[in-house]
Ligand binder design. Structure first.
Ligand code: GLN
Length: 494
């Protein structure tokens, strides 16, 4: 029997139904891989082996009766931003300490109701603020990929660094991530995985630790496009507990795969050709255009003139919302409490000790841009810019079905290489934040290797609630690009 950890979700689904192996065997194979290889990667910050085996046995019992949901027996990992009932949830911040929620996030509840098996909680940047997973209170997560002939540890991207590292390193079949400015797509591009940020409102935000509520959205991270379609179909739902979740039927995303791109119009936004972008990123983009053209799509140049304002506007809107959302961590109700002389002193001590430097930076920026006298100049202006960015996309989508861009300007970088310079770190998201600012869906699909042998991703941006076109076109690109090799396993003890 081939290694069970090398299967796709679709392959495992078939194997389980045909009883070639049991859900327990599948879970055990992953738990063994985690035990042997998680330490150097630091992808899981809390494996949950007992729960995994219990869930796997329950899945086996259902499968034996010919029952079972869409993900029956499929082992997955969960970003630590999602509340999991009775299981420590920290958002990788010291301030949440050993907080164990009394409820389950809707997205993870959907997974368990469909029969999925939880392997554990995955590393991320503290409160999902970051692009490298270096701001986690549990320490950096390491990319399973390395440059050819070079052992320098690389970042997996962020903030969903643990999710992508676990998927790439075969420590789960799929994972859930969340994306506020690029946190699913940028790390997917850095690790040769598929990452999909759905339309704002497609998945419920209930039970996800809030960063910037008008931008946050959950999505799947998988090893191929079909698996992303399968996982999204289960994660997406209308949820009365999240008033921004949309009451629209969830399509069968898998059904559109293989339909090709003949007759589609693909837009190429000229503003995404940024200064200093490496030649290989441009070459990959051109390659993507050539694949689509060869498959019968029409290519059209489009303009998104306000693109250059997206990143600065994002770094006003996101910190503003974060400063408001993070006000609840005061030592009273959750996690850490550091005593003080009086209650204000206790608040201050708790927040000073509980938050890391990047989170403090965001809280300070956010409080500043929302304060009287600066609100109009910063926050209100950024909201207006956001409307213009959204309008750019609406106009572009009058002429095209989908947009193609690189996911990131560069491949994965070394740990510590950019952590001293916030602006350089923020530039990672230059192609991804526009999508959150406009609420649209985006997917990153692995499309090739850099000259140093690292994965590179292409991003597709779709119309609101048109994830079907995203997976359909991404599937075509995946077929044209061919599967990337798995990263060489240097992390396992045996
Ligand atoms: N890297 C971006 C930030 O630091 C986006 C993070 C995210 O999508 N959660 O804000």
């Amino acid at each position: 029997m081939a290694d069970l950890t090398d299967l796709t979700i679709a392959g495992a689904r078939e194997g389980l139904r045909e009883k070639r192996f049991s859900a327990r065997e599948l879970a055990q194979a992953h738990l063994d891989a985690i035990a042997a290889g998680n330490e150097p990667l630091n992808a899981y910050i809390l494996p949950t082996p007992d729960r995994a085996l219990e869930m796997a046995d329950a899945a086996d019992a259902r499968l034996a009766k010919g029952e079972g949901g869409a993900l029956e027996g499929i082992p997955v990992g969960v970003k630590d931003l999602f509340c999991t009932k009775g299981v420590r949830t920290t958002a990788c911040s010291r301030i949440l300490d050993d907080f164990a929620p009394t409820y389950e996030s809707t997205v993870t509840e959907n997974l368990w109701s469909a029969g999925a098996v939880m392997l554990g909680k995955l590393n991320n940047d503290e409160f999902a603020m970051g692009s490298s997973n270096e701001t986690s209170c549990f320490g950096a997560c390491v990319n399973p990929w390395r440059r050819a002939g070079d052992e320098t540890p690389l970042v997996p991207g962020g903030s969903s660094g643990g999710s992508v590292a676990a998927v790439a390193a075969r420590l789960c079949l799929g994972a859930v991530g969340a994306d506020t400015g690029g946190s699913i797509r940028q790390p997917a591009a850095f690790t040769g995985t598929v990452g999909l940020k759905p339309t704002y409102g497609r998945c419920s935000r209930w039970g996800i630790v809030a960063f910037a509520s008008s931008l946050d959205q959950a999505g799947p991270i998988t090893r191929d496009v079909r698996d992303a379609a399968i996982l999204l179909g289960v994660m997406a739902s209308h949820d009365p507990k999240d008033t921004t979740s949309v009451d629209a039927p969830v399509p069968d995303y898998e059904a559109v795969l293989g339909r090709g791109v003949e007759g589609m119009t693909v837009g190429i936004p000229e503003e995404y050709r940024v200064e200093g972008m490496p030649e290989e990123t441009e070459a990959l983009w051109q390659q993507g255009i050539a694949w689509l053209e060869a498959a019968g799509a029409e290519i059209r140049e489009v303009s998104l003139p306000h693109t250059k304002y997206a990143l600065p506007a994002y770094y006003i809107v996101a910190p503003a919302e974060a400063s408001s959302n993070l006000a609840r961590y005061d030592g009273v109700r959750y996690g850490l409490r550091v005593p003080g002389e009086d209650i204000v002193d206790m608040y201050e001590n708790t927040r000073a000790e509980g938050f890391g430097p990047e989170v403090k930076r965001r809280v300070l920026i956010g409080t500043y841009v929302l304060s009287a006298g600066y609100y109009d100049a910063y926050y209100l202006k950024a909201q207006k810019v956001r409307t213009l960015i959204k309008r750019d996309f609406e106009q572009a989508f009058e002429d095209v079905d989908v947009l193609l861009t690189p996911t990131t300007p560069t491949p994965a970088f070394g740990i510590g290489e950019k952590s001293g310079d916030p602006i350089e770190m923020y530039l990672n998201d230059i192609f991804t934040v526009t999508v959150n600012m406009s609420g649209l869906p985006g997917i990153s699909v692995p499309a090739g290797l850099s000259k140093e042998g690292l994965p590179l991703g292409l991003q597709l941006i779709g119309k609101a609630f048109d994830e079907e076109t995203l997976v359909r076109v991404a599937h075509m690109i995946e077929e044209a690009a061919g599967a990337l090799p798995a990263p060489e396993n240097w992390w396992s003890k045996s």
